[in-house]
Design a protein. Structure first.
Length: 299
């Protein structure tokens, strides 16, 4: 394994979360720095909520270029920053900190990554109706950014659980702060889900259903929920094709998994911190990322 040659000029960008040792994020970021020819390294730091304030003070004191932020810190780190972007403010979460000469700005690139992955795959929901299931952090980011980027109508489905209020609040924020009209429905109402999907341009699973420990599971009862001209996407990136995406693909839908969102949210974060464009095709090849599944993959 090649190692970055550390010098006295090497700059640092962090990743603060707990736990975090399993993350592929440092590999993604370091691959981009290498391609750009930059003397920068990305390192993961196990920082939980109790240590977060001190860690942010350290980021400022050490003049780090910035840091990525993941759970459990995304919803509380804004308290220690100087400014938060409009999207991050609406999402209630920050996943990227940019250090501009000691002035710390928080961004949320999860939704940006999702929207950019759609564009990269020739999908444009601008001015159209979409249906999105989910009420967690990823779902909120996808819903908020999609509304900010011009989706006309959005049907948001969520289960009647402790996260339901998140979905209701997201609907309120979208209706009050964007030109998108959002409506909430309970995910348990499968007849309504089928009806909303029937006249949507795109349907997205932004829940954790489909990945471990819920691998092989889908809340979509059967293929009649899909029509060939419906685009179906998933924020889940492992497995490569969830049970829902497989059902949709077999029904003739264009499908896309969450690997694109994962890649482009990282690219957006890198570009915010460094002010340089990242070659997405190089990154896909370097990291072995493919977010479109075909019959050939089953051979």
């Amino acid at each position: 394994m090649e190692r970055h040659q550390i010098t006295g000029h090497t700059e640092l960008i962090g990743l603060m979360a707990y736990p975090i040792r399993h993350s592929q994020s440092p590999a993604t970021h370091n691959a981009a720095y290498e391609k750009l020819g930059l003397d920068i390294v990305n390192l993961a730091f196990e920082v939980d909520a109790d240590d977060l304030e001190d860690a942010i003070k350290g980021l400022r004191a050490l003049k780090m270029r910035g840091s990525n932020i993941s759970m459990p810190n995304k919803t509380i780190v804004h308290k220690y920053l100087d400014e938060v972007s409009p999207a991050a403010q609406l999402c209630g979460a920050v996943n990227t900190i940019v250090n501009k000469d000691g002035y710390l700005i928080g961004h949320n690139t999860d939704g940006i990554g999702y929207v950019q992955s759609l564009k990269d795959n020739g999908i444009d929901p601008t001015g159209k109706k979409v249906t999105i299931a989910g009420s967690g952090g990823a779902a909120t980011a996808v819903q908020i950014q999609s509304a900010l980027d011009g989706v006309a109508e959005m049907s948001i489905f969520a289960r009647d659980d402790r996260f339901k209020d998140n979905a209701l609040e997201t609907v309120k924020k979208i209706n009050e702060n964007t030109n998108c009209k959002a409506v909430f429905y309970p995910l348990e109402d499968l007849d309504r889900l089928k009806a909303e999907m029937a006249d949507s341009y795109l349907f997205t699973n932004a829940t954790g259903v489909g990945m471990k420990p819920l691998e092989g599971i889908t809340y979509i009862p059967d293929a009649s929920f899909f029509r060939p001209d419906l685009i179906v996407t998933d924020v889940v990136y492992s497995p490569h094709e969830t049970a829902m995406l497989k059902m949709a693909r077999k029904a003739g839908c264009k499908t896309m998994n969450g690997q694109g969102m994962m890649l482009f949210q990282a690219i957006a974060a890198i570009e915010l911190m460094l002010g340089q464009r990242v070659d997405s095709e190089y990154m896909k090849e370097k990291l072995g990322i493919s977010y479109v599944y075909t019959d050939d993959d089953e051979d």
